[in-house]
Write a protein that binds this ligand. Structure first.
Ligand code: V47
Ligand code: SF4
Length: 392
């Protein structure tokens, strides 16, 4: 830790730009950086500058610990009433014969497939299907909880919830309470994209607005539920739109403290209506993670979702502020493989994930959804893990 602090002090002392030096000094003193500082970091700072500072903040908060959890995904449908231009995954409701729709029984078969396996979470997220309504999902959640009460149910983006609540003619607060009472434990971070209307109106004009997204997460937090937040970056947004997005999240977090994790999602341009938009470079990706770590000072965790970044770049993020890697065991999600990610079958065994983390000298720690530590793998031999079916 002392070394990282010295590295951070050195890089701040050596920078010529007075504004950047001032931002660096704020970070070293544990002070919050401003909106203008955030934009300045994107526009003017070098990758080593933001990276060294982000690594310092990461180690201050978490030392070498790198969390992962063992979960599985259920994607109820890819049929969707919305038309987000970046989405390679959905099929319009009008063409629903080209998509898939799982029945409750089929989803319960997926849950039962994990009986006896050491998973702690099911992540349920999909398209917005007009027939899969609030009552359908209340029933599904109850069935999951009746079958496996200890399984944490993290489900539904604010976009799915907004549609569900409107259709059921309940308020956001009533709808969240109904789902929470049924057994929904927390919310994933999807659907946030870029909040600012200048961009939102161009890439996902017809779904929940920024204010609606934030209102739903606030309602969940007020019930004592936790949630995550994402940002879809690296397409047509400007740096200041990213900072505006992070600022709105930081403000809600100041109010409720209900967010666990911030998850930047790299835009992938395969097979969607934005295929003409080039993808961001690895340097831009690492810079984004680092600035996010510096800006989101009240978010405990910063997560990289490797199925979309690729495993080597995800490993690299561990030096740029990230302390959590997602996508373990048997990540059945199709959203990124359909968007052109290198990871066509995103499954990584626990042994492989632990090995990825150890290769860069970090400490692999399995966590549950709420970041309670389940197991520290630092002293567990990789050969022993390879021989144990529980980890493969
Ligand atoms: O909201 C869609 C994104 C999100 C593309 O909370 C795309 O733990 C890149 O939110 N390129 C859904 N991204 C996934 C999501 C998520 C994933 C993992 C963990 C958690 C969590 C949440 O996927 C959507 C959208 O932003 N997305 N298409 C694309 N072409
Ligand atoms: Fe539907 Fe989600 Fe795809 Fe948008 S990103 S079209 S809401 S599945």
């Amino acid at each position: 830790m002392n070394n990282v602090k010295t590295d951070a002090q050195r890089i701040v002392e050596s920078v010529n730009n007075a504004t950047l030096k001032n931002i660096g000094e704020k970070i070293l003193a544990g002070q919050r950086i401003s909106y203008d500082d955030g934009v300045m970091l994107f526009e003017e700072a070098s990758l080593p500058f933001v990276g060294t500072l982000a690594n310092y903040v990461r180690e201050l908060k978490h030392g070498n610990k790198t969390y992962f959890n063992r979960n599985f995904h259920i994607e109820p449908t890819n049929v969707c009433v919305y038309t987000c231009k970046f989405c390679s995954y959905s099929r319009l409701y009008a063409h629903r014969e080209e998509g898939w729709e799982l029945s409750s029984e089929q989803m319960m078969d997926i849950v039962r497939k994990y009986d006896g396996k050491p998973v702690t979470e099911v992540h349920i997220v999909g398209g917005v299907h007009p027939k899969m309504n609030l009552h359908f999902f209340v029933d599904l959640i109850k069935q999951i909880k009746a079958h496996r009460p200890d399984l944490h149910v993290k489900g539904f983006t604010a976009v799915e919830l907004d549609y569900m609540f409107r259709k059921a003619k309940v308020s956001v607060e009533e709808g969240m309470k109904i789902l929470n009472d049924a057994g929904l434990d927390s919310l994933p971070g999807g659907g946030a994209e870029i909040f600012h209307d200048e961009i939102r109106s161009q890439i996902c004009n017809d779904k929940a607005t920024a204010d609606e997204w934030l209102q739903i997460h606030k309602a969940a937090h007020l019930l004592g539920m936790h949630s995550n937040a994402t940002m879809l970056y690296g397409h047509i947004e400007k740096y200041w739109h990213r900072v505006d997005h992070m600022e709105r999240l930081r403000q809600l977090q100041d109010e409720t403290g209900g967010f666990n994790t911030f998850i930047p999602l790299k835009f992938r341009n395969g097979d969607n209506e934005m295929s003409n938009v080039p993808e961001s470079s690895v340097i831009e990706d690492m810079k984004l993670y680092a600035v996010a770590r510096l800006y989101m000072d009240n978010f405990p965790h910063l997560k990289a979702y490797w199925p979309m970044l690729g495993r080597q770049n995800a490993q690299l993020t561990l030096s740029f502020g990230v302390n959590d890697l997602d996508g373990t065991i048997d990540d059945t999600t199709k959203i990124y493989s359909m968007a052109g990610s290198e990871e066509q079958t995103p499954a990584l065994t626990t042994t492989q994930l632990v090995s990825l983390i150890k290769q860069v000298k970090r400490e692999p720690v399995e966590r549950d959804t709420l970041y309670n530590e389940v197991k520290n793998y630092s002293d567990i031999d990789l050969h022993e893990m390879e021989a144990n079916p529980l980890y493969n």
